[in-house]
Design a protein around this ligand. Structure first.
Ligand SMILES: Nc1ncnc2c1ncn2[C@@H]1O[C@H](COP(=O)(O)OP(=O)(O)OP(=O)(O)O)[C@@H](O)[C@H]1O
Length: 240
């Protein structure tokens, strides 16, 4: 599904990613752990093709296409979707219209919003005055409407209360669910500090990023336990 090969990326003249290699197979869910400022968000933003993330070297292949220099909208059309850590407010754009624009693959906007008790937000401008948890739900609804083949999630749990964590977890599970009817297997790459998502989806692989490099890869539950017990630095020493 996704192959990242020796990816080096500059942001505002600063070298942030330093030779990332990452392979995500069809139907696989991967978790990305790492200290603050290690480059996780930069990787997701680069995969999605946002301006300001300059690929100096390396290649991104998605569904067999070399998308390294594709514009963001074409990557989305091919089946890449993202939920931002801090999404923008879209003044003048109603959530209802954005959901319709995203594709409506998972049914009409009303149906989708009602399933997560979010119908009262449909006629509000996207993210304007939304609470932290509401913003996360709105992001995931947009992704459910888009129905991507590879979903990139940047800290989907941040700012979400304990009860809503379950709702967020269910939404992510649905996003990554295998679509047997259509013979589709969806993939995901999830940045998480708390590991909450490991309770909701079966993650196939975990990665630890440090200083713009991936040092450690393996079973995500074991990696998360290791981080909790020994810290991130141990990952560099261990080099699993
Ligand atoms: N637009 C920018 N201008 C300058 N520096 C930037 C910019 N964007 C990212 N950086 C720097 O790149 C580094 C990596 O940032 P990034 O957001 O990718 O880290 P992260 O691993 O996602 O962190 P966190 O866990 O705190 O979200 C940081 O030092 C950050 O300050």
């Amino acid at each position: 599904m996704l192959q990242v090969e020796d990816l080096w990326v500059d942001v505002q003249g600063k070298e942030v990613l330093k030779g990332i290699n990452l392979h995500i197979g069809t139907g696989e869910t991967h978790c990305l752990f790492g200290k603050n400022g290690s480059g996780k968000t930069t990787l997701l933003m680069t995969l999605m093709g946002f301006s300001g993330y300059r690929v100096k070297h390396g290649r991104i292949r998605f569904k067999g296409e070399d998308i390294t220099h594709w514009p963001t909208n074409e990557r989305a059309r091919l089946g890449l979707g993202i939920s931002f850590q801090r999404p923008p407010t879209l003044r003048g754009v109603k959530l209802r219209d954005l959901l319709a624009y995203c594709g409506g693959a998972a049914g009409p906007a009303e149906e989708l919003a009602e399933a997560y008790r979010f119908e009262h937000f449909l006629d509000r401008e996207v993210n304007l005055g939304f609470s932290g948890g509401e913003i996360k739900k709105s992001e995931l609804l947009q992704l459910l409407a888009q129905d991507p083949d590879l979903t990139l999630l940047d800290e989907p749990e941040s700012g979400v209360d304990v009860e809503n964590l379950q709702v967020i977890g269910d939404m992510i599970r649905r996003l990554l669910q295998k679509d047997r009817h259509r013979g589709r297997e969806k993939s995901g790459l999830i940045i998480t500090h708390t590991g909450f998502i490991l309770n909701y989806v079966t993650a196939d692989r975990g990665h630890v990023m440090m200083n713009g490099q991936i040092y450690c890869q393996g079973n995500p539950l074991e990696i998360f336990e290791g981080i909790q017990q020994h810290g991130y630095e141990e990952c560099i020493r261990c080099r699993r």
